[in-house]
Design a protein around this ligand. Structure first.
Ligand code: FMN
Length: 373
């Protein structure tokens, strides 16, 4: 049986289920063209807004590494250390909508068979802001974007009605999604922040607003370490730092947990997994939990800016996996998507040496306890 890499996700046909996520790898036309040449099935543009942004002085992103002998985690470069995570406080694209529109058009002309999703972001505090979302949505889809990803997850926003502050508020999640759906002719994905207690609550609110898919995770809120010699944060401006976002290998299990909460709550809905993916092994975990596509940022940033080797590994891994499982009749991602979702159960449902001895943290029933005490 021949392997089939293609997937249909929210009605969009992808040559393969692997996308570059909204981040530096997708911040320019040349990067996106290179990404398609390298074989990515799709890209999500760096988030597009209506107003220019001004980033902090100095580095916007750094990488943390850990040493095998003592598990020291630090941004300091040293031989033999392995990647732990990325840390960033980069805002959305510093190029505004009018800069992006002709580029979206040209990219789609050059690669009509690849998927280009426009990530967009505005405020949400009043009708004018909701109209800004609608304008961004309309103009990106008119330029040829195949879908829209609503950024409800940027962790660096001071504004209470923007970025991850939308993703932390069920009401705003519903209202903004609904406003965009009113004008959208293409599928609408909502990218949620992992910085909430029960992410399925916000996912449910997005679905009520009409979302076609949920995307997760954006980076996790985090601050850099303090250098033990200088007593300064490893990244700072004039000694000051603000909360930034952690990505890469360190967030993989955290992000999988967030994703599992949602795919279990909404087994029939569509999900795109992000967080700590650098080859097929990690992508597979997201797919087995129910994701139809998988996105990559940190690993691609470290591989010639757009991940030519990462996509090669993802595709080779998928092909080998399908070949290995040909006997089970699996020929495409849909054949094994979600098959481990139901293996996540309550603690009390996990087998233990003596089930009668475990009472889920409650006191044992009175008569029984009385006999023991
Ligand atoms: C420097 C940097 C900039 C990012 N900018 C955006 C952005 O503009 N919009 C967005 O939705 N996510 C943004 N992200 C988040 C990534 O798309 C991704 O969700 C996150 O890094 C987790 O994936 P990873 O573990 O593969 O890095 C950014 C991440 C980094 C490291």
């Amino acid at each position: 049986m021949s392997v089939n890499r293609s997937v249909n996700f929210t009605g969009i046909e992808f040559q393969n289920p692997f996308l570059l996520s909204s981040a530096p790898p997708t911040e320019s036309e040349s990067n996106i063209l290179r990404a398609f040449e390298a074989g990515w099935g799709g890209v999500v543009t760096k988030t597009i807004g209506l107003h220019p942004v001004v980033n902090v002085v100095g580095a916007k992103a750094k990488f943390l590494r850990t040493s095998p002998e003592d598990a020291y985690v630090s941004m300091k470069k040293r031989p033999g250390a392995a990647l732990h995570s990325s840390w960033n406080w980069e805002l959305i694209s510093d190029k505004v909508l009018d800069w992006w529109l002709p580029r979206i058009r040209r990219i789609k002309e050059a690669f009509p068979d690849r998927v280009l999703i426009a990530s967009i972001m505005a405020g949400s505090g009043n009708d004018k802001e909701l109209q800004n979302w609608q304008r961004l949505a309309r103009e990106c889809q008119d330029a040829g974007a195949d879908g829209l990803e609503l950024n409800f997850s940027c962790p660096h926003m001071d504004r209470r009605d923007m970025g991850s502050n939308i993703g932390k508020d069920e009401g705003l999640c519903s209202v903004v999604t609904e406003a965009v759906k009113e004008v959208a002719r293409v599928p609408v994905w909502c990218k949620l922040t992992p910085a909430t207690a029960e992410i399925e609550v916000e996912a449910g609110a997005c679905f009520r607003g009409g979302a076609d898919a949920i995307v997760s995770s954006n980076t996790f809120p985090s601050i850099p370490l303090i250098d033990p010699d200088t007593l300064e944060f490893e990244i700072n401006v004039d000694g000051f730092v603000s909360s930034g976002g952690l990505g890469g290998p360190a967030i993989l299990p955290l992000s999988l947990a967030k994703m599992a909460q949602m795919t279990r709550a909404f087994p029939d809905k569509s999900f795109s997994g992000i967080g700590g993916v650098s080859d097929f092994r990690q992508a597979l975990s997201y797919i087995l939990l129910g994701c139809g596509t998988v996105q990559v940022c940190t690993a691609a940033m470290l591989d010639q800016a757009i991940g030519p080797n990462v996509i090669k590994r993802l595709l080779a891994g998928l092909d080998q996996f399908l070949e290995r499982h040909a006997a089970e009749g699996w020929t495409r991602v849909e054949d094994f998507r979600g098959i481990r979702r139901d293996r996540i159960v309550a603690q009390s449902d996990i087998r233990r040496p003596d089930a009668a001895e475990y009472h889920s943290g409650y006191e044992v029933s009175e008569g029984y306890a009385g006999a023991e005490l």
